[in-house]
Design a protein around this ligand. Structure first.
Ligand code: OGA
Ligand code: MN
Length: 295
């Protein structure tokens, strides 16, 4: 297996290994897992992807999420990101499916608004527009390491509130439905996720984060905005232009990502599997002591 670096200090392509190798072979999984811990974003090219293979590959990394209420793929292990309506035609730009893709164009990490956050997301491209529609990544680990020591220490003991309805409200009021709001109450997470394998910390934030626990709302929002700006500074990102057969997986503990726009009349269909973080991935360190006590 060859590891070819792609981005500014993170993100790599793995060559000489297929999804099936990782799914079936312990040594291939161990090598891919080590690369994942180190590079945060992994690209596999020229794969023959089926839903079953994507899921078998994904399961290697931990328990697959069940898709939440209100998303396409609800109740299954797949999230379908699509702008193709039930009649097979591309939906208009103000359609709920388009607005949901638009919400994915805000910098975020997946599932920080859930009771169990995500270790990794695995995304495969099924229908690709002729231009645009890339996915862009930044390393919140490298962003954390760019902070001064005082700030790093402070953040380790700060906790931010994440709410799905909040990020959706930035796109359109009411984009999060009452069912989604009821199923997804706000969650509070430590603002630094330390990787238990290599000890490196990463800023844990997303478009879902609206406030810092115990901080006056405007000041908390300012701190979040400052950190988001720092993490997404020009030159810090890896932009992935999708080709047929591409599969990309990322570490939701140490990166943020966003979709990039494409011409509204063109179809785009992506399929995502998402793996929940477990104790071994450091999730136990992420709850605030007070919210742990309340449980
Ligand atoms: C995702 C996501 C962005 C895109 O699948 O989690 O944010 O480019 N996707 O589709
Ligand atoms: Mn996402």
């Amino acid at each position: 297996m060859d590891v070819i670096p792609l981005g500014p200090g993170f993100a790599a392509e793995l060559r000489g290994v297929t999804l099936a190798d990782v799914a079936c072979d312990d040594a291939a999984y161990a090598a891919a897992r080590a690369a994942f811990e180190e590079h945060s974003v992994l690209v596999f090219r020229d794969q023959e992807v089926t839903d079953e293979l994507q899921l078998a590959f994904s399961r290697r990394f931990g328990p697959p999420e069940v898709t939440k209420v209100g998303s396409q793929g609800e109740g299954s292990h797949f999230v379908i990101l699509s702008t193709i309506g039930p009649d097979g035609k591309v939906v208009p730009a103000d359609h709920r499916l388009s607005l949901r893709n638009k919400a994915n164009q805000l910098w975020h990490t997946d599932a920080s608004f859930k009771r169990v956050p995500a270790l990794t997301s695995i995304l495969s491209a099924r229908v690709i527009p002729a231009e645009g529609g890339e996915t862009e990544y930044v390393s919140t680990r490298l962003a954390f390491e760019r902070l001064d020591a005082g700030m790093r220490e402070k953040l380790e003991n700060y906790f931010a509130w994440h709410d799905y309805a909040y990020s959706r409200s930035q796109i359109a009021p009411g984009l999060a439905t009452p069912e989604e709001r009821a199923a997804l109450p706000p969650q509070c997470w430590r603002m630094v996720w330390r990787n238990p394998v290599n000890g490196r910390g990463a800023i844990y934030l997303a478009s879902h984060a609206y406030g810092v626990d115990g901080m006056e709302p405007a000041a908390g929002k300012r701190l979040i905005d400052e950190l988001m700006t720092l993490a997404t500074a020009p030159g810090a990102s890896y932009l992935h232009p999708w080709r047929k057969g591409d599969v990309v997986m990322w570490d939701n503990r140490a990166t943020m990502h966003r979709g990039r726009p494409w011409p509204a009349h063109e179809a785009r269909l992506m399929v995502r599997t998402t793996i929940s973080a477990t104790e071994a991935d450091g999730v136990g360190t992420m709850r605030s002591p007070s919210s742990q006590a309340a449980e």
